[in-house]
Design a binder for this molecule. Structure first.
Ligand SMILES: Nc1ncnc2c1ncn2[C@@H]1O[C@H](COP(=O)(O)OP(=O)(O)OP(=O)(O)O)[C@@H](O)[C@H]1O
Ligand SMILES: [Mg+2]
Length: 291
């Protein structure tokens, strides 16, 4: 991973969009699905092609992500999911077309876009303890030290790391380290969370716990999400919309609107007939295009 990925956007101290489900925190009363794209387009890839030499990695991608929308991307290994995320993050420049954020062409990392990577080991600073790693995102914003400590404590609590503030990454489990990376990203109060298979290396229970943390966080903050995963069930569980990419070259092959009620629940949502129907359709899509 590049250094710019680890630190991109860490100086944000700006506005946060309105809560996506007013007052309805994850785990509360079932609420109806929000209208798609109610706040307009926040992120966009417009006719984007990305090539490396003669190899076309992504071709003619048109994607609009609404403010407060949570989009998941699935597809076989090598189809261009990470490339798509890097284009949205401004870490790569399209060969053709452009990425837009808040209507302006993206030319580099944005301050209010947070990135979460699968490789938490590289994203965290091993010589800083948990509080110190979260503090990294707050220090450039000029938040007074006293206020910072309370914010750090609250963020660690949110990802289940209460009481672990003085532990170093090397003393934490994979799930704890990933939670710490997420806490550091949330310290930015990001308007957008771009996540590249953030839970890929974690066991199923830890993974589900962090899925629910992400849902709870975006429900309360109204943040927009773009989440790459290999796991079709994870995609359906989290998303308002699931995009399926086709490989060689990477293209959008399908798009499913997920009309499952929110807040979602690991048991009832996954047993919902609509969840099972979507899972079947998405698996059929992925299987039909496996190499
Ligand atoms: N720096 C690079 N140089 C050459 N080829 C690259 C480079 N980065 C990516 N690619 C190629 O681009 C294609 C898409 O890569 P990308 O990492 O976006 O796929 P992915 O869908 O994220 O795969 P995975 O699920 O394995 O993470 C692959 O064929 C990969 O080999
Ligand atoms: Mg990838």
């Amino acid at each position: 991973m590049l250094d710019d990925e680890a630190t991109a956007g860490l100086e944000f101290a700006g506005d946060v969009p309105a809560a996506r489900e007013s007052g309805a925190a994850h785990g509360g009363i079932m609420s109806p699905q929000r209208a798609q794209n109610p706040g307009g387009t926040l992120l966009q890839l417009r006719d984007v092609t990305f090539s490396i030499g003669a190899q076309v990695i992504l071709e003619n991608i048109d994607l609009e992500i609404g403010k407060g929308e949570f989009v998941c991307v699935v597809g076989v290994s090598g189809c261009g999911k990470t490339t798509m995320l890097r284009l949205l993050a401004g870490l790569l420049t399209p060969t053709k077309g452009a990425a837009y954020y808040r209507g302006a062409a993206v030319s580099g990392p944005q301050q209010d876009i947070a990135l979460v990577f699968q490789d938490y080991g590289k994203a965290l600073l091993p010589w800083r303890n948990a509080a110190g790693n979260v503090s990294l995102a707050l220090e450039p914003t000029g938040v007074p030290r006293r206020v910072r400590a309370a914010r750090i404590e609250a963020l660690l609590k949110k990802v289940g790391l209460e009481g672990h503030a003085t532990k170093f990454p090397g003393e934490m489990s994979g799930g704890m380290q990933q939670g710490l990376q997420i806490a550091r990203c949330l310290a930015q109060t990001p308007a957008v969370l771009l996540m590249d298979e953030p839970f890929g290396a974690l066991d199923a229970m830890t993974r589900q716990g962090l899925q629910d943390e992400i849902l709870s966080i975006v429900a309360l903050s109204g943040a927009t999400g773009f989440f790459v995963t290999h796991d079709t069930e994870e995609a359906i569980y989290l998303a308002d919309r699931v995009i399926g990419l086709l490989p060689r070259p990477g293209r959008i092959g399908t798009s499913f609107t997920i009309n499952l009620p929110r807040p979602r629940d690991q048991i009832t949502t996954r047993e919902h007939p609509e969840f099972l129907r979507l899972r079947r359709e998405l698996l059929d899509f992925v299987k039909a295009h496996e190499a």
